[in-house]
Design a protein around this ligand. Structure first.
Ligand code: ADP
Ligand code: MG
Length: 696
């Protein structure tokens, strides 16, 4: 039997290891640094580095790396060995405090959105001591933030850490007003549920679209998709189970609280969920989860697909971001609580979320926008692109009675006195909860369901932390200035409900009626990434980010550029891949099938003119019609790509890719899918959907 408690965190330089291995005063100094998010002085850093190195070497490490999260959305690392020459042909293993706290990787080949000019290629990485170092593949990994030399964020971690500070500050102001002076820190907590596909590696290698684009660009529907609903929660096949077991063990070693695993809706689709943690740890861990899934799949001759929509016609993959805020004293601030006093505080935090989500729908939408996720949102398998909040009927009714001064559950007039009346218990509805909502209250947390499976969870959480902090900051301003706390509190909650109730929707988010209804309510419906991105630089959003020092104006514009550029590049790669596969794979398949068919006809006719060739002739005719379409659509896509260079600016180019190139790809795809079902199996150049989806 494996000793899991001892295995867990065994490769992590965690609190227990620090306590054991650091001198008491150094340990205390480090803990203070972590708690107060201050810089570490170099003497302390030297001692920590030395202890870390000794520990890492015992775990087999020969190298160390600063581990960071550039704007590519994946992690980056550059390994340096510990060796240092002593001058007598010998070496010793060395690691200094300076090497621990700061690195200077060449930043010139990471996306910077114009922040970093090429003559100033240096960037630097700075240790994030709030996320533990760990050993993986004989290397000591040090989680770091990544900035330009002049201090601008070039990564996904820096703004996340900044946003954590902001929500900490603003939530503490509110708690203080409620008399909770003992809270030292408020943290956002997140548990991300991660979906993915597993397919056979040999088949994967025969699909250049999967290799270059992580998704299939064509493929006819197989006779069986997900309609029987027989994969969801089904028993796990041995090969998948072996993969999941190894994944769990490797994650546990790294201190990742891997908890739940199961089959998902689509064939070949699965999910893994950890137990929640502080958001920056959750973000780091989710990166490790994604990386290890790919690596371990490979060992099992499988490939793990993290793309949001690897296959048309069956569900794509997302990530559910369960988010809440908690105190260092262990109180979940989105827990309604038992007493009137707890209820009042809860209602204020709830109001803050409602106001934030309504006022910054655009930012939440942008935070999950990507070319890949465009295939999911609004496609009746994932939430629509319209942001709304599900509260459940009970909580909604409570808010309505507060707004209208009626008693809860009774229509007559009476006062629901906030801070005096006990709220009824609302069930933590886990069974019949609304699965179509993009942002659902699930008893003591919100579940943001729009995230794509492949992206970092940083962006959405930066936005959540910041916008809720902004609401809290406005509330705190008012409450601090108020002469009567209780009446101001009531006024704030009432006003918020009145002004922002349009964002609450408990019905079916997939329905056509909701699209119309949401439009009437004035909610945004930003259907694609290209439609959403321009809102990033709206004045109100720049004001929000700069007010809280999340992004400077330069950093916002940099991110705006990076998002547009990435979108354009992804679509361009997809278009080129589709053309390449069509010209060098599909066309030869079709031609050789046609060649055989026509030869059969000629041969049959040479035996006897009276032999019936109806089938062959009909096929030849039908396929020839399709090849004419194929020719036309290839030409159209070829021209569309050429024309893309003539657009005026990045935004126009991105729009052009969405409106012209993407459409041309769809049209070409439908001709190919139509040919696939006509051409003989042995002639077809690529594995089919049926083969890919049922390959494991
Ligand atoms: P589902 O039914 O959607 O699978 P679960 O109840 O299994 O949801 O929980 C999903 C995730 O929510 C888990 O990762 C869990 O740890 C996380 N979670 C639970 N409580 C909190 C919280 N207070 N803050 C953040 N995440 C939480
Ligand atoms: Mg969920």
């Amino acid at each position: 039997m494996m000793d899991i408690p001892n295995l867990f965190g065994s490769m992590v330089f965690n609190d227990k290891v620090m306590r054991e291995r650091l001198p008491k005063d150094v340990y205390k100094a480090l803990k203070r640094t972590i708690a107060e998010q201050k810089h570490l002085n170099l003497d302390v850093a030297n001692v920590v580095a030395s202890a870390m190195k000794e520990w890492a070497i015992e775990k087999g490490a020969t190298h160390f790396t600063h581990w960071f999260q550039p704007m590519t959305g994946v992690t980056a690392e550059k390994h340096d060995s510990f060796i240092s020459p002593t001058g007598d042909d010998h070496i010793i293993m060395e690691f200094s405090g300076k090497e621990l706290v700061k690195g200077e990787p060449d930043a010139s080949s990471f996306p910077s959105g114009g922040i970093r000019s090429t003559f100033e290629a240096r960037g630097y990485t700075a240790w994030d001591p709030t996320s533990y170092a760990f050993v993986k593949d004989n290397t000591l990994y040090i989680p770091t933030a990544f900035c330009s030399y002049s201090g601008e964020a070039l990564d996904k971690k820096t703004p996340l850490l900044r946003s954590m500070e902001v929500i900490n500050r603003e939530a503490k102001r509110i708690l203080k007003l409620f008399g909770n002076d003992n809270v030292k820190r408020v943290m956002a907590t997140v548990g991300p549920e991660q979906e993915y596909f597993l397919i056979d590696k040999e088949l994967y290698e025969k699909r250049p679209d999967l290799i270059y684009c992580s998704r299939t660009l064509f493929g006819a529907r197989p006779p069986k998709g997900q309609e029987l609903e027989d994969h969801y929660f089904a028993s796990i096949k041995p090969r998948v189970s072996a993969f999941m077991k190894e994944l769990d063990e490797e994650l546990w070693k790294l201190g990742v609280l891997a908890k739940t695993k199961h089959n998902e809706v689509a064939p070949a689709q699965h999910e893994i969920a950890p137990i929640f943690s502080t958001v920056n740890i959750a973000a780091d861990h989710n990166q490790l989860v994604m990386e290890l899934m790919k690596k371990i799949a490979n060992k099992h001759n499988l490939v793990c697909l993290l793309h949001e929509k690897p296959f048309a016609g069956v569900n794509g993959s997302g990530k559910h971001n369960n988010w809440s805020i908690s105190t260092d004293t262990g109180i979940n601030l989105l827990e309604p609580g038992e007493t009137p006093y707890e209820n009042a505080q809860f209602l204020l935090f709830l109001a803050a979320v409602i106001k934030a989500v309504d006022e910054y729908q655009d930012l939440l939408r942008i935070s999950v926008a990507s070319a890949g996720n465009d295939h999911r949102l609004g496609a009746n398998e994932a939430p629509p692109a319209i942001i709304s909040i599900f509260l459940g009927e009970e909580l909604t009714e409570i808010l309505e009675s507060i707004e209208n001064d009626t008693c809860y559950n009774q229509k007559e007039k009476c006062q629901m006195e906030i801070g005096a009346t006990v709220l009824p218990h609302f069930p933590k509805d886990t069974t019949d909860r609304n699965r179509t909502s993009p942002f659902a209250f699930t008893g003591n947390k919100f579940e943001f369901r729009m995230l794509g499976s492949s992206s970092s969870i940083s962006d959405p959480n930066v936005i959540l932390n910041t916008i809720v902090a902004e609401s809290l900051s406005q509330f705190a301003d008012r409450l601090e200035a108020a002469s009567d706390f209780k009446s101001e509190l009531t006024a704030i909650i009432k006003e918020t409900i009145k002004e922002h109730k349009r964002i609450i929707f408990n019905g079916n988010n997939y329905s056509e009626e909701w699209v119309k209804e949401s439009e009437k309510r004035g909610l945004l419906n930003l259907k694609s990434t290209v439609e959403a991105i321009p809102y990033l630089i709206a004045e109100k959003n720049i004001k929000l980010f700069t007010k809280h020092n999340i992004f400077s104006e330069a950093e916002i514009f940099a991110r705006y550029h990076i998002m547009l550029e990435e979108y354009i590049k992804v679509l361009n790669i997809e278009a080129l891949t589709l053309l390449d596969m069509t010209k060098r794979g599909i066309i030869p398949s079709v031609i050789s099938y046609l060649k055989d068919l026509t030869e059969v006809v000629v041969n049959k006719k040479s035996i006897s003119k009276d032999l019936n060739c109806k089938l062959e002739e009909a096929l030849i005719e039908s396929i020839s019609d399709s090849t004419a379409c194929l020719y036309k659509n290839i030409e159209k896509l070829d021209n569309a790509i050429l024309e893309a260079k003539n657009q005026n600016n990045l935004l126009d180019t991105a729009k052009y890719y969405r409106e012209v190139v993407y459409i041309a790809m769809q049209e070409l795809r439908s001709v190919i899918d139509n040919l696939e079902i006509k051409v003989g199996k042995k002639y077809w150049a690529y594995p089919t959907y049926g083969e890919l989806l049922y390959s494991v």
